[in-house]
Design a protein around this ligand. Sequence first.
Ligand code: SF4
Ligand code: SF4
Length: 208
Amino acid sequence: MAEQPRPKKAQSESKSLKEQLWDPVAGFGVTFRTMFKKVVTEQYPFEKEPTAPRFHGRHQLNRWPDGLEKCIGCELCAWACPADAIYVEGASNHDGPTDDADSGRFSPGERYGRVYQINYLRCILCGLCIEACPTRALTMTNEYELADDNRADLIYEKSDLLAPLLPGMASPPHAMHEGFDEGDYYRGGLGGVTPAAPSAPSSTGGES
Ligand code: SF4
Ligand code: SF4
């Protein structure tokens, strides 16, 4: 038969007088030592500390210096994602006038990402998708405040992920820079040049 634990009273009586005096002093000693240490508690959300520079936060779909999108709709990011959090539908670019708002030239080359979604209910912010992207269209920002009060708003659409337009950039669809082909874009020949804007954008921001 298992031995029964001794009652508390019996345990305390078995403590020596030295132990009975020293234990509280040792316990409060931890409290007093901590009182004079530097406070490390962060007062989030009232005071926000910057993240590490390479922190993996919300994704961003980047643009070329003229505002065209870097995404070519290849789906490599979606295939690389271990959480199946990315959905991409590619489509063909078209040059020349068009009546359809979803038609025209959105990126240099043949294809662009017509639909782009990231489901932040699934995403584990591992960064494998940005490693897979061949055009550096997809990168991650330091933004970490991704909580919301409903599931639908945590599926980010292309419009939520696209980098804002810098001054001088034009919102696609529009033609490639005059005299340039897609190779010039990928070789970095575009530099900081910006084409005449077909429809002048108003928002600002940066591309990484
Ligand atoms: S960060 Fe990781 S989990 Fe999130 S979309 Fe990219 S590959 Fe998928
Ligand atoms: S973000 Fe990059 S990998 Fe994903 S579809 Fe666009 S170009 Fe391809």
